[in-house]
Each structure stands twice: as structure tokens, then as C-alpha cells.
Design a protein around this ligand. Structure first.
Ligand code: SF4
Length: 269
């Protein structure tokens, strides 16, 4: 699928979501929230559902939790326009209640189709409802910050999933906030793992090429290291080479591709 075809597919899905009446959540929504981001990204963040601010604006993660997600991405040198951000359910549950199983089931095909179009290497789930779509037997308190393979039936053909707490939980609990910061700092390392999972031999060369100039240029000290967080979470980044590479920012875009014009990066669906 070309970039244009991918963007068109996402736009088609977004249009269907905005007009959707498949479940009762359409009755109380202000706007549906299909998701937004870079159609050419390797990383997709999946939350649970829109809140009050998202419902008003029709965009994902734009309230306080969204501000925290944006700050977290900044810790690893990423911008939210570099990734794709969406939710398991695309319409706000009243009073921010948990989505009901039939609502999740009704909405899930949209997420599947988004993942088919995006074909990400890494899926970062935010919160237990999102995690449960990819890892039904996982527990967020035990399994956050770990890396697993994704069932292709989810729509992601060959991806790894990395569960994190929902940013709203981090806003409520200092302990969750600390763990969330550790987890986000490990995300660049998880992307390296995911690239290796997709294309074992070529990916590490590509990853090396993308970060070594940063090391040589002395920018490593300015970028957060994920090494400590990785060790603390028991994730599977094992080699010294990888730990060294993780000290630099890992580009979200494949090595060798020109950086997109910032004006072109944010595609709202
Ligand atoms: S939550 Fe999903 S399935 Fe339900 S009305 Fe909104 S878009 Fe449709």
C-alpha cells in the first residue's frame, strides 16, 4: 500500500466513524473521534475511548491526559504528529464510564481496519481496556512495560505490543506516574525490537544507521536513555549494542527516508 493509499484508507475509515450508529454511544456523543497522526508511522498508540475534551474537539488525547501523553513523547524526543493515536471505542461513553463489551465489539472493526492500513511495527496500548484487545490474559499492573507479539487477527500483520498505563491513571497516582515515565523511556528500545521482529537482519542495520549519527554528533546526552527503564521492567532488550543505541533518539520514520515537512505530518481524520 502506498502512502497515498494508506492515507485514503484512513480517511475512509474516519468518515465511516463520524457517521456511525452501530452502538448506543452515538446517541450521546458530540463528535466521534476516529484518531489522528502520521499515516506513514511505525508506532500506533491506542487508548480506551474519548473523554469530554476529545468528544468536544473530535480529536484523541487533547485533555490533561493528552497533555501528559504529549509530554511523555517529548521525553523520548518524539512529537505526537510522528505517531498515530486512536482509541478502542471512537465515541465517548457517558460520564466517562468504561465501555460496555458490546460497544467495544461494535467499534473494534474500525481499529482493525486502521491497523491493517497503518501496518505498524509497534502498538503501545494505554490502559487496561486497550491492552485487553491485544493481550486478553494480561494484567496492567503486572504486564505494563513488557513486550509481546500481536495476533494478526487484530489487524496488525506483524507487530509487537507494549502495554502502558493510561495517562489519566498517571495523573491520579504518583506511583503510576513514575512507572509510566519509566515505560515511555523504553519505547524507543521497543521500536528497535519491533523492527527486528519484522525484519530480523536488515532492521538492526537500519536502526544503527539512524541513531549512530546522533551519537557521533554528541546529542545522546540530550536525549533520554531507556536503558535503566528497560532493565527495571525486564523487557527483552539484551545486547550492549542495543543499549548503546537506545541512548540516542530512535527516529520513528525508517532510516534513509527524508524527514517529512512538519506541515505535512499532522493529518487529521
Ligand atoms: S463507539 Fe464506535 S461503534 Fe459505537 S457509534 Fe461510535 S464509532 Fe460507532
Amino acid at each position: 500500500m502506498t502512502d497515498l493509499e494508506r492515507a485514503a484508507a484512513l480517511e475512509t475509515i474516519a468518515g465511516e466513524v463520524r457517521a456511525c450508529t452501530r452502538c448506543r454511544l452515538h446517541e450521546t456523543r458530540t463528535q466521534a473521534v476516529p484518531g489522528e497522526g502520521n499515516p506513514d508511522t511505525e508506532v500506533v498508540f491506542v487508548g480506551e475511548g474519548p473523554g469530554m475534551n476529545e468528544d468536544r474537539q473530535g480529536r484523541p488525547f487533547v485533555g490533561r491526559a493528552g497533555d501528559l501523553l504529549t509530554r511523555h513523547l517529548g521525553l523520548i524526543g518524539w512529537d505526537r504528529r510522528d505517531v498515530f493515536i486512536t482509541n478502542v471505542v471512537k465515541c465517548r461513553p457517558p460520564e466517562n464510564r468504561d465501555p460496555e463489551p458490546d460497544e467495544v465489539a461494535a467499534c473494534y472493526p474500525y481499529l482493525q481496519r486502521q491497523l491493517e492500513a497503518l501496518d505498524p511495527a509497534l502498538i503501545v496500548t494505554l490502559g487496561r481496556h486497550s491492552m485487553a484487545r491485544f493481550l486478553p490474559d494480561a494484567r496492567i499492573s503486572r504486564d505494563h512495560g513488557t513486550l509481546r507479539s500481536v495476533d494478526p487477527a487484530t489487524g496488525a500483520r506483524r507487530a509487537l505490543v507494549y502495554p502502558m498505563f493510561h495517562p489519566a491513571a498517571a495523573l491520579r497516582s504518583p506511583d503510576v506516574a513514575r512507572q509510566s515515565e519509566e515505560d515511555i523511556r523504553a519505547v524507543p528500545a521497543m521500536l528497535l525490537e519491533a523492527r527486528g521482529y519484522r525484519e530480523p537482519s536488515e532492521s538492526m542495520v537500519a536502526a544503527s544507521a539512524s541513531v549512530v549519527p546522533d551519537l557521533a554528533g554528541g546529542s545522546a546526552a540530550e536525549t533520554p536513555s531507556a536503558t535503566g527503564a528497560t532493565a527495571a521492567t525486564g523487557a527483552t532488550v539484551a545486547t550492549a549494542l542495543r543499549e548503546e543505541l537506545v541512548a540516542a533518539t530512535v527516529a520513528v520514520h525508517p532510516a534513509g527516508e527524508p524527514e517529512p515537512d512538519p506541515a505535512d505530518q499532522l493529518t487529521l481524520f
